[in-house]
Design a protein around this ligand. Structure first.
Ligand code: MN
Length: 309
């Protein structure tokens, strides 16, 4: 299993002044973080969490353990900054991660950003929102219709960076060729319902960057009340070449063949030049020796001619 097309789009929306969302598109790792806090704190939180994903070495861990350890490192960094820098005190962020590992996609999740899976014609939300309205719905105190307009629908019950420890939802999904995974912030899902997301994804299925732009445009058309971030990638049918360790990304096979071309073309001139350099000195020495012999012979003849006169 390899990663096919992948893409991301983010937009401030039409009501907010700043974009406090962040995303990571570093195959095989994809993520969305939606920061919250006063002034610029939300931006600081989501960017710190995203950076922790990019530069943390999870060692030999794999699967859900690897993803959970990435969340814990991200949580530690946001929490420490929040505890030591009064200007960002109390900040936090959501984070939803997808890590492709062989035939599995490992999902990690905290907050109300979401991961979806489009497989064939079915579209399923993989993550549970850690939000007040989701909990009220689960306990039967709120209908899905009421949840959509609930005044506290933006309140989340679990965030990254607000406590020394974080409880992470982590699980693996067995991937199939043709699967499309979507990760998004609530700025998409509070503005665009699942049916419309599915419709736009299917319409632009063969052009994921266009699909993602269409989703952002739809969220803005419906009000754009929050920052909108969408990350999408597809699982491709073909296996990477066995001798290409980076073959699980789109870019690597192309880079590999470029290198191959360079290696094949470069050596012949280098060998020719080396041969020429090696061949030249003996020829020159031989020519010099022959010239010296000729001159000595000429000198001997002249000397002999002078003696005989
Ligand atoms: Mn948001």
């Amino acid at each position: 299993m390899s990663i096919g097309a992948f893409t991301a789009a983010t937009d401030t929306g039409r009501k907010r002044r700043r974009n406090e969302d962040a995303y990571v598109v570093e195959p095989p790792l994809f993520a969305v973080a939606d920061g919250m806090g006063g002034a610029q704190a939300g931006e600081v939180a989501s960017k710190l969490a995203a950076a922790a994903l990019s530069d943390t070495d999870a060692g030999s861990l794999s699967g859900t353990e690897r993803v959970t350890s990435l969340f814990q490192e991200a949580n530690r960094r946001v929490y420490e900054r929040s505890a030591t820098d009064p200007s960002v005190s109390g900040m936090g962020t959501t984070m939803t991660v997808a890590l492709v590992e062989g035939a599995e996609v490992v999902i990690g999740h905290v907050g109300d950003s979401r991961a979806y899976l489009l497989r064939g014609g079915s579209f399923a939300q993989l993550t549970d929102d850690h939000s007040l309205v989701a909990e009220l719905m689960k306990s039967g105190k709120l209908s899905p219709e009421e949840a959509e307009t609930h005044p506290q629908r933006a309140v989340i019950t679990r965030a990254l960076g607000t406590d020394p420890d974080v409880d992470v939802d982590a699980f693996a999904v067995r991937a199939e060729p043709g699967d499309v995974f979507l990760i998004c912030s609530d700025g998409l899902t509070t503005m665009v319902d699942d049916d419309e997301i599915l419709g736009l994804l299917e319409r632009h299925r063969e052009d994921l960057p266009r699909a993602v732009k269409a989703l952002v445009a739809a969220a803005n058309r419906h009000g754009g009340e929050d920052n909108i971030t969408v990350v999408a990638f597809e699982v491709a049918a073909d296996d990477p070449p066995p001798d290409d360790p980076g073959g699980d990304t789109v870019a690597m096979p192309a880079l590999g063949s470029d290198l191959e071309d360079t290696i094949v073309e470069a050596p012949p001139p280098a060998v020719d030049a080396a041969d020429a350099k090696l061949a030249d000195p003996p020829t020159a020495r031989l020519r010099l020796a022959l010239t010296m012999i000729g001159l000595l012979a000429l000198a001997a003849l002249l000397l002999l001619w002078g003696l005989l006169r």
